[in-house]
Design a protein around this ligand. Sequence first.
Ligand code: GTP
Ligand code: MG
Length: 273
Amino acid sequence: METNLQKRRENKKSLRVKVISLGNAEVGKSCIIKRYCEKRFVAKYLATIGIDYGVTKVQVRDREIKVNIFDMAGHPFFYEVRNEFYKDSQGVILVYDVGQKESFDALDIWLAEMKQEIGSHSNMENIVFTVCANKIDLSKRRVVDESEGRLWAESRGFHYFETSAQSGEGISEMFQAFFSSIADMCENGGRRPVSGVNVGFTREQADTIRRIRSSKDSWDMLGVKPGATREEVNKAYRKLAVLLHPDKCVAPGSEDAFKAVVNARTALLKNIK
Ligand code: GTP
Ligand code: MG
């Protein structure tokens, strides 16, 4: 009797989860996992062939979690192998190399591949995502800054961590937060808790900052047609200033975006009579 009760308690406390790693080839997916599980770093590049599988046990609060890790190959050649493994994942580690813009831009493509394989958008809502901006030890070659990566991740409700598999920086913090959110999700009946990642800014603010970063000139930045009047420029400026003012907006990169908008308005008004 007592042993049954004990067993049931233990069952309630132990969990089995599946996590996968995604991202372009050579960004450091396998090294991040190796750093966490084996506490070591291998400098030589050994491309993952198709998929690597490993199991680890972690403790989150009073629960023991058995984690099945499927480490995917990033090379397009292995698509046919990895597409089988997207289903039934509770967590996804998305990795890019901060020294390679292309690997950052590819995150959208990885999400699209996953969405296609698991078949329904709603399934994506109940998965914990964590983004690793990896290889931060190579600071001289860095091209994707923190605010850009953080904005991409947090505006989607994903965790964001700056990591280095080489030095170990950020790795255990990333896994701790990741597993803790997965445990929260399991306790929440398999749904990602709404407050999983408390972003504190709106999708509109995030999209506006992204649009400003990629605008081609001052007209484009303010969202007015070339040749617009002073009134139109000021109206567009006021709208953006309210949205992005540093006192109101905590989104990563909002301060730079706000300054850029101020400068764009000044430049345009100089040339409008
Ligand atoms: P695929 O399996 O081909 O998809 O690649 P991957 O994403 O698993 O990359 P992997 O972990 O094999 O690492 C690729 C290369 O980057 C290796 O030479 C690693 O030593 C190196 N590397 C990985 N992480 C870091 C890091 O944080 N800093 C530095 N300096 N090098 C890293
Ligand atoms: Mg690999």
